[in-house]
Write a protein that binds this ligand. Sequence first.
Ligand SMILES: Nc1ncnc2c1ncn2[C@@H]1O[C@H](COP(=O)(O)OP(=O)(O)OP(=O)(O)O)[C@@H](O)[C@H]1O
Ligand SMILES: [Mg+2]
Length: 503
Amino acid sequence: MKIGRTIENDYLLEMLGIVKRYPGVNALKGINFRVKRNTVHCLIGENGAGKSTLIKILTCAERMTQGKILLDNKPFLGKTVKDAMNAGISTVFQELNIIDQLTVEENLTLGREHQRGGILLRNAPDPSFAVLKEFAPDIPLKARVSTLSFAQKQVVEIVKAVSADAKIVIMDEPTAALSRVESEGLYDIIRKLKANGITIIYISHILDDIFSIGDYATVLRDGEIVGTRSVPQTERSELIRMMIGKVVQSKYLPVKGKTDTPLLRVRNLTTSMIRDFSFTLNKGEILGFYGLRGAGKSETARALFGLDKIISGSIEIENKPVSITSPRKAMRYGIAMVPEERLTEGLFMKLSVKDNIASSNYRGISHAGIANKKKTRDRVEKLVNELDVRIHSIEQQARTLSGGNQQKVVIGKCLNASPRLLILDEPTRGVDVGAKEEIYSIIRKLARENVSILVCSSEYDEIAALCDRVVLIAGGRIITTLSNAELDSQRVRMLTMNKGVMT
Ligand SMILES: Nc1ncnc2c1ncn2[C@@H]1O[C@H](COP(=O)(O)OP(=O)(O)OP(=O)(O)O)[C@@H](O)[C@H]1O
Ligand SMILES: [Mg+2]
């Protein structure tokens, strides 16, 4: 600290009286958000609460309707994303911004060449290389990004964000796509960032994240701040109550409709990613697939939905052999899937909620090839209500929905197809605690209606709350299958860890 400089307060960032209105929505209603220097400040709240909007205003990706921002006690008047970056505000986006075809090195220097007088000085090492070495010595500079795991790509993205002389690094749901072990790796990196004097704003729905690394947590609800707490001095239940106004607890409820009649029988299913998968799924049963990211859960789901090529093995539906070579065929057999990469595979961002949901119905609504508009609208309205999607109109474009509400639309789209077999890959990723329960009860209701459900999840609490039986997977192979009563978190984690990923 320079002598003579008086520190007026220890806030690095103050966002004061922030208002953001979208047509039809008051996304932020006059928020005062203050972040202390050199802390990890979590921003939490229900889907649609306004978290991402607040961040978009800070990064100048959206213009605020009203309000002011102080950075280091000085007004921050940036207008463009570049202005924000130059002021030391960096973001790690969930849809990673790095380019698969380039190497790590090229990605790290990309966009910064011009800062060196228009010539890329190949001999002078970019300062980001040292940062990479410190944070992730195992990632080679020359590696092509396409060969890295998602977690490693994210580290490259973080290094890139930090190397731009960041004071504040913002992370919007960074662990959503990470396994437990990978999340721990990210926590370490965040602790290192903090040790290097960086302040972090961290958005997440995962309470484990918040309690592992958070110093402060601010809860947003309906565009307003409910309160800010020091995390180490706060109970989980209190944060949940602040978020949704009540305490929820997921508990396994055996579903009544469960039968012993198989709908799906899979024998020795083998693809390039999984080997010899054999299992049955009964009518009205909820079967879980549990394992780390890359273990083979999504890969099985993808094979059953005709997205990945089946090398050998057989699939029977209602005792008849079927050949599923494309999603179209899978849908014809009554299979629907909520994919893991829902934002790229599950939604048409520019279409309305109505058109997205209606796009999946291949029987039922259309009569002589012409969709009945009123029927479509009624059906979509019904699904939107059942799923409690927070929107002001079903004509709203999917891209204007909050992340969690987009997820519910993808589920709505699948339900609209009235499937016999519903495959859900990480169904509540990015969904808030309250909405999670809503999604669980919808899944249970479907099972009661005799739909067979396959849930792939890397969240132990999720399979324990939801599944009648659980198939444990590691390294592209099935380890064992347990009934819900046999589940034990320690044992399950032990069995699915450290088996390596099949390459
Ligand atoms: N471009 C837009 N046009 C209209 N409304 C929008 C737009 N972007 C966001 N909204 C609305 O603003 C509100 C706040 O959304 P925001 O994305 O900030 O929520 P969030 O807290 O990040 O939720 P989630 O946890 O689901 O990601 C929502 O009602 C959303 O539909
Ligand atoms: Mg969001």
